[in-house]
Design a protein around this ligand. Structure first.
Ligand SMILES: [Zn+2]
Length: 352
């Protein structure tokens, strides 16, 4: 049977454009739905907490050494008191079905002054005796993030990961540091490890897929961002931004707070933080970080809510400046003394 070969009329251009727009709108809607679905699958938690702001007179006011906030039933935020240490670092405990993870061990070693291990082990015991296997890791090697390690090393069923660069690379199996990602499996809870050097060469950030919390250590926090390698910092910020773009983020939680609610810095080493900035930062803050680092002048830069500085360079510049001033003063003094001596010699010669 012969069929009639009908010519298909071309689709008018305006309809093609219209279809393209509709397709784009649907794709955008799909992406939005994906993002909100991913967000809704996160285990929720609360950041409704007021952190203890220390005191102007720590000897007069007795405060508990550790403040603990339960973000949810299996996620805990711990902070060392400002009166115990001006660093007042934050530590994070994530409990999974087979293992728990402690991110950082704080700035105070002595368990009598800072009962960190006993606090953590009590929280784990409350979750059931079978769930006390613990892994202690660090955002980076600085002492204010690992001084409490000693409290854990002698405990059974606890593993403390080394803080030097070789230990970090080896433990997470980073073969092309600082590229790539690693994972920590806590049973029903997976945590991604993202290399973020720049503040320190060993710095890593952690992303908890369960809650969408991004733990940024000293890489991003409401505090002075101390840059030791600005090129590495920028690459890390770009890497972290690329990561969070594809992941739902509930909050970004760092290692310290050094800003007040208006974004002004507290004095260095202050034990008193009145009207402190909240701990939590956002996905947008992390996405804005690369731009802030690009604008960094190498010494001190305020860019939006970020305070970036390189303390070593500032110290060197100050030393050079002080040295130049001292040399100029000494030269001026020598010149003055020489002139005085020669004018006296001249006076004596005239008198004779
Ligand atoms: Zn720190």
């Amino acid at each position: 049977m012969a069929t009639k070969n009908r010519a298909v009329p071309p689709i008018p251009i305006r309809y093609t454009i219209c279809l393209r727009h509709t397709l784009h709108a649907l794709l955008a809607l799909g992406t939005l739905l994906d993002a909100s679905l991913a967000r809704s699958q996160l285990v929720p938690g609360s950041m409704d907490v007021h952190w203890n702001g220390g005191s102007q007179d720590c000897k007069a006011v007795v405060q508990p050494p550790i403040q603990m906030h339960a973000y949810n039933q299996r996620t805990f935020i711990l902070r060392e008191n400002l009166c115990a240490t001006f660093e007042a670092p934050f530590m994070y405990l994530l409990v999974g079905s087979t293992k728990a993870l402690l991110i950082d061990s704080g700035d105070v070693a002595d368990p009598k002054l800072m009962p960190l291990a006993s606090t953590v082990m009590q929280l784990l015991a409350a979750d059931g005796p079978a769930k006390t296997a613990l892994l202690v890791v660090h955002t980076h090697r600085h002492l204010d993030h690992r001084a409490g390690d000693e409290q854990f090393t002698r405990l059974s069923n606890v593993q403390v990961v080394g803080f030097d660069i070789d230990s970090v690379r080896h433990f997470y199996n980073f073969t092309d540091w600082p590229n790539g990602l690693a994972q920590i499996n806590l049973g029903d809870r997976m945590v991604d490890v993202i290399p973020t050097p720049g503040h320190n060469e060993t710095e890593v950030s952690f992303y908890d897929r369960n809650t969408g919390l991004f733990f940024s250590g000293d890489f991003l926090m409401p505090a002075r961002l101390l840059v030791s390698d600005s090129s590495a910092y920028l690459v890390s910020a770009q890497r972290a931004a690329a990561f969070v773009r594809d992941h739902p983020i509930s909050f970004v939680l760092g290692g310290h707070i050094e800003l007040d609610a208006n974004g002004e810095t507290f004095p260095w080493e202050s034990h008193y933080h009145p009207n402190e900035h909240v701990l939590q930062m956002t996905k947008d803050d992390l996405l804005a970080l690369p731009g802030a680092i690009i604008s960094f002048n190498g010494f001190y830069t305020r860019s939006g809510k970020f305070v970036l500085m390189d303390p070593m360079r500032i110290l060197i510049a100050l030393s050079v400046f002080t040295g130049v001033i001292l040399i100029a003063l000494v030269m001026a003094l020598v010149l003055y003394l020489r002139r005085r001596r020669s004018s006296r010699t001249l006076q004596t010669a005239v008198q004779e």
